[in-house]
Write a protein that binds this ligand. Structure first.
Ligand code: PMP
Length: 457
């Protein structure tokens, strides 16, 4: 089980750079008192991040009330693609809220009309309908429902199988977690869905066989008849890497789905809105799915998510049969429209593509220097990871990864707690508005943390 970050104050070294400002105790006495109160009143599951109470966040920085300033390599959790607290997004939220129009349920509102048009205009031409929801998990649950409904309509009751990937993550609700391939987290589900099966993800690190034959062989081993597959869902990249599939694999998968009338769904909840250096991550594979899921970076702020897909699939349900109370909340839609505008106006997908080579170079340098404990350092655009392993193996080393995150926190670099199977992945995901100097400075902090922690080893 992941551990909470301790609240005992530590005297941090004073740091003052254009991107980081840290002085005094972390956490301060007052912060500690507030966090103690929070921990007493709130589920333990929320205690997993370093002990800073965010007071404000702007651009690539997060501030507490004591004047400390962190360089943020988390973007929340890959949410703030347009940068934290962007004035255009904040203004759109304020303007919509002060109309006032705070909620409309499924009654239409103007921001919803504009956002659905905008998303359709940005999606590949055949994916011409949108459903707005609130969370990433809601979108993957919705994709599950659509893939199965479509499968059973065209192929009868047997066309019900969903193929997902080992070690994938699609959210924590019942269907989403069963599609997820992190097997350990599913102990609470007694009656597992026998028609959701998992095949190895072709990441090239944990699974060295990246051939598409492995997909077909895995289905055969599981006794699955290809024509009974209703849909295949995959994260565009597996988050706790980030692990991408080879292009040839993605293209073979696309062909296979077409040949067996199975829907292909990319879960772009993390990968969308410029993160990988293109607006949609799946563009990198040069394939078009039948459905894709969006969340996080859609608004860079308020909770809103979307499923986009072919109209014959998106229209499977009639009026009021596939909705959610907070679908298309007008303030969330206004925030999303403003965020997309910022991403376009400031060429943030392009910035991610351009800075992608600097990030790759920096992470490779860290890996080369500490190759005994860093097994792999993949990155694409402005998402990267360091896979921390026990010396000379591929076994995740959660303790070292956690200590690196903690050490960086005290040096003014904010990372979220390690993720992935075994908790060995340190994820790097700054807001897409970062500049090269800040990116390189953050990577130097990570290097310094390894140096400090491994000193004397
Ligand atoms: N899919 C992916 C790929 C994700 O990364 C996440 C969240 N980390 C989800 C789905 C679930 O999103 P949410 O937490 O908004 O429900």
């Amino acid at each position: 089980m992941a551990k909470p970050f301790p609240l005992e104050p530590v005297e941090s070294p004073s740091i003052l750079t254009p991107y980081r400002r840290i002085r005094g105790l972390l956490p301060s006495k007052e912060t500690r008192e507030q966090l103690d109160r929070l921990r007493a009143a709130e589920s333990r599951s929320m205690q997993g991040q370093p002990p800073v109470i965010w007071d404000r966040a702007q651009g690539v920085n997060v501030y507490d009330v004591h004047g400390n300033m962190w360089l943020d390599f988390s973007s929340g959790v890959l949410v703030a693609n347009a940068g934290h607290g962007h004035p255009q997004i904040a203004a759109a939220i304020v303007e919509q809220a002060s109309k006032p129009l705070l909620t409309t349920y499924c009654f239409p509102n103007v921001p919803r009309i504009r956002l659905t048009q905008k998303l359709v205009s940005l999606a590949p031409p055949k994916l011409n309908k949108v459903l707005l929801l609130s969370t990433g998990s809601e979108t993957t649950e919705c994709a599950l429902k659509l893939m199965r409904t479509h499968g059973r309509r065209i192929g009868g009751d047997d066309k019900n199988v969903i193929v997902a990937f080992l070690d994938s993550f699609h959210g924590r609700t019942l269907g989403a977690q069963q599609m997820g391939g992190v097997l350990g987290g599913r102990d609470w589900i007694k009656h597992r869905d026998p028609d959701i099966i998992h095949v190895p993800f072709p990441d090239g690190f944990r699974n060295e066989d990246t051939s598409f034959q492995l997909f077909e062989r895995s289905l055969a081993d599981a006794g699955v008849e290809p024509d009974n597959v209703a849909g295949v869902i995959t994260e565009t990249y597996q988050g706790a890497g980030p692990y991408f599939m080879p292009n040839e694999y993605a293209q073979a998968l696309r062909k296979w789905c077409g040949a067996h009338a199975a829907l292909l769904c990319f879960d772009e909840v993390q990968a969308g809105f410029g993160r990988c250096g293109a607006l949609w991550g799946f563009e990198l594979y040069d394939v078009v799915p039948d459905l894709f899921c969006l969340g996080k970076g859609l608004s860079s702020s308020l909770p809103i998510s979307a499923v986009i897909g072919r109209d014959d699939v998106m229209d499977l349900y009639g009026p009021n049969e596939m909705t959610s109370t907070h679908s298309a909340n007008p303030i969330c839609c206004a925030a999303a429209l403003a965020s997309i505008e910022v991403i376009e106006q400031e060429h943030l997908a392009q910035n991610a593509a351009t800075l992608g080579s600097a990030l790759r170079e920096e992470l490779q340098a860290v890996r080369d220097q500490f190759s005994e404990v860093i097994g792999f350092a993949p990155s694409q655009g402005l998402v990267g990871g360091l896979l921390i392993v026990k010396r000379g193996s591929k076994e995740p080393n959660y303790d070292l990864a956690w200590n690196v995150v903690r050490c960086c926190f005290h040096k003014g670099l904010l990372l979220f707690a390690p993720v992935g199977v075994g908790g060995g992945c340190i994820k790097i995901a700054p807001p897409l508005c970062i500049d090269e100097a800040a990116l390189r400075e953050g990577c130097t902090v990570i290097k310094d943390a390894f140096q400090e922690l491994l000193r004397g080893d």
